[in-house]
Design a protein around this ligand. Structure first.
Ligand code: GLC
Length: 595
């Protein structure tokens, strides 16, 4: 027999919310800063993604790769410098843009993979000193100092297309020996990093770019440790990122983890981390790059990362005359305006201990200063119902207000158990993301692992917010275009459990969505609450069509009203679903909706 049973139980737990724990002294400024600027600018900026009429040869459109992708030889590549208008180029403008955009640090490609240094190097001849009297690193360092921003330098250590023995992926075919590579390392990398850390004042970060582990590359761990100890000797406070080639897990002396390009955080981490991101796609200026992310997407990317203890470093790819593309500067300045009002919820803020997906209205960041805790609710879509539900915090807030409201006029709210409901004005104070502040004396107590109450008033119990093990049941991700939604494939008896906090007692409808492709009305589902039990005959849900005229037939998922359950009082309830399919029969469970 096939059935689903459903039981409700009362329970209560609570834990403490905390701050980001694995930030070393050196990186404290970094986790406070949260938002920085990346600058990809170099010889490649003169090409704008094209060489001799041909577009860059790679779908990722990384314009700074043109020398390698389009197989340009070194001498010819440097003819691109003729495009540079030195009267127009003014690195201070980049720093001013960063500052107006609310960014606290700037990281420039001192040397990218092409091997060309943007400063007057004493090492080799492939650097700006041979072509102009301008030293971009010096100018940027002075501008950062003047405007109070930290300076980071990107240095491509592993890959160098210019040096005879530097790494170039084509060497997978021609190969170089370990000794030859070490010659590059000792002749170019070590002396150049020494110059950068000696001649330009305080360098707050060295940003390396090896996106694979050193064990898979020609670089040895010894070489990386040699480089790191040089940095520690010369500027002990300079941060080093994990793309040095050593993971933060393997070497806790690495200051922060760098995620993949344009990869945002997906889980809370206690160590510092950062996403490098672009406004469109390419890092260096690419003339036909047009996939501009919206300002609101970028603001949400920043909020997402901060809510998981991470940073965002957003890139500009200036043109050969130093100009920042309008589509980029416009969005950054809009972010700056948003941060002028709402920056308190970003700078010095971090993750709160509740699950990131708990609330369907947005994301939470957290701060504790002088024993006052503040929760910042970032509301992505202002609910029409004029109420924001907050699930999981058991402490009562001392006051609630809009961050945009200088008067901090109190918002009305009610609080019961693990549920706070805030009355909000009809109109959102901010067109992008509005922030509501909840203040608590001390650290607020929480109950973790609850299903959040939706802005539409119900509870959606899904495979992802279940608290229990599901035996052999397998979570199946949504398929292409999500025509088949995420579900649990249940072939053997399985048991799912959730915890909810019911703030409004009373009778609630129970809907269940599943797909069943067996024969007509064979077996049943039953749902129990204490000694009450609801039984539901399993109904075949049939098929549906994904797109017209493509013979695209998919299993249908359908919602069934299986009855009503009475919740006698406000409180915690355990919800249990037991599924026992018959032999060779499977149920694809999607969700329970309680409202
Ligand atoms: C990749 C690319 C590079 C870019 C970097 C930014 O490593 O090779 O061109 O500088 O990502 O994160």
């Amino acid at each position: 027999m096939k059935y689903l049973s459903f039981t409700l139980l009362l329970f209560m737990i609570s834990t403490l919310a905390g701050a980001q724990k694995l930030t070393n002294e050196r990186a404290q400024w970094f986790t406070d800063a949260r938002f920085g600027m990346f600058i990809h600018w170099g010889v490649y900026s003169g090409a704008e993604g094209y060489w001799k009429g041909e577009k860059l040869r790679h779908g990722n459109n990384y314009a700074e790769w043109i020398m390698y992708r389009n197989r340009i030889d070194k001498e010819e590549y440097l003819t691109l410098l003729e495009k540079f208008d030195w009267d127009e180029i003014d690195p201070e403008q980049w720093v001013i843009l960063a500052k107006k955009s609310g960014m606290k640090y700037v990281t420039i490609t001192a040397k990218h993979h092409d091997g060309f240094g943007l400063w007057h190097s004493e090492t080799g001849d492939f650097h700006l000193g041979n072509y102009t009297d301008r030293d971009i690193i010096k100018e940027l360092s002075e501008a950062c100092h003047k405007h109070g921003l930290k300076l980071g330098l990107y240095y491509s250590h592993w890959v160098d297309w210019e040096h005879e023995f530097g790494w170039d992926h084509s060497k997978e075919l021609s190969s170089i020996s370990a000794d030859e590579y070490d010659k590059y390392w000792q002749e170019k990398v070590i002396p150049q990093v020494r110059e950068l850390l000696t001649n330009y004042g305080e360098i707050s970060m060295l940003w390396f770019d090896m996106w694979i582990h050193h064990s898979e590359s020609i670089v040895t761990k010894e070489q990386l440790l040699q480089l790191k100890s040089l940095i520690r000797d010369l500027q002990p406070d300079c941060l080093v990122n994990s793309r040095l080639g050593l993971s933060i897990e393997e070497d806790p002396d690495i200051d922060f983890k760098t995620l993949g390009d344009n990869q945002l955080g997906s889980r809370k981490e206690e160590f510092p981390w950062q996403s490098p991101a672009t406004v469109a796609h390419s890092w260096g200026f690419h003339r036909s790059d047009t996939e501009w992310k919206s300002t609101s997407t970028l603001i949400k990317s920043l909020i997402n990362n901060v809510s998981l203890n991470g940073n965002l470093m957003l890139n500009i790819g200036p043109r050969a005359n130093g100009e920042v593309p309008f589509e980029i500067s416009q969005r950054m300045l809009e972010m700056g305006k948003w941060l002028e009002v709402n920056g308190e919820s970003i700078y010095g803020a971090g993750a709160f201990d509740l699950d990131k997906d708990l609330h369907d209205w947005g994301r939470i960041t957290f701060k504790n200063e002088n024993n006052i805790s503040k929760l910042y609710l970032h509301v992505y879509t202002w609910p029409l119902g004029k109420k924001i539900p907050l699930t999981g915090v058991t402490s009562t807030p001392s006051r609630i207000y809009l961050l945009a409201d200088k008067q901090k006029s109190p918002l009305e709210f009610s609080h019961v158990g693990a549920f706070t409901e805030i009355q909000i004005p009809a109109l959102a104070p901010d067109p992008y993301v509005s922030v509501i502040v909840l203040e608590y004396p001390g650290y607020p107590e929480i109950t973790d692992n609850l299903v959040g109450k939706s802005i539409t008033g119900g509870f959606s119990l899904t495979p992802l917010n279940a608290v229990s093990e599901m035996g052999e049941a397998i979570i199946v991700s949504e398929s292409i275009f999500a025509t088949v939604p995420l579900h649990v494939l249940i072939e053997d008896p399985a048991n799912l459990q959730w915890k909810i906090y019911v703030d409004m007692p009373g009778t609630k409808n129970i809907d269940l969505s599943y797909s069943y492709q067996g024969e007509v009305n064979k077996g049943n589902l039953s749902i129990a609450k204490g000694n009450q039990r609801l039984t539901h005959n399993i109904q075949p849900t049939g098929k549906t069509i994904g797109e017209p005229n493509q013979n695209w037939v998919i299993d249908n998922f359908k919602s069934h009203r299986i009855g009503q359950v009475y919740f006698p009082e406000a409180g915690y309830y355990d919800i249990e679903l037991v599924v026992s399919p018959g032999p060779q029969e499977e149920i694809k469970f999607q969700w329970i909706w309680i409202r």
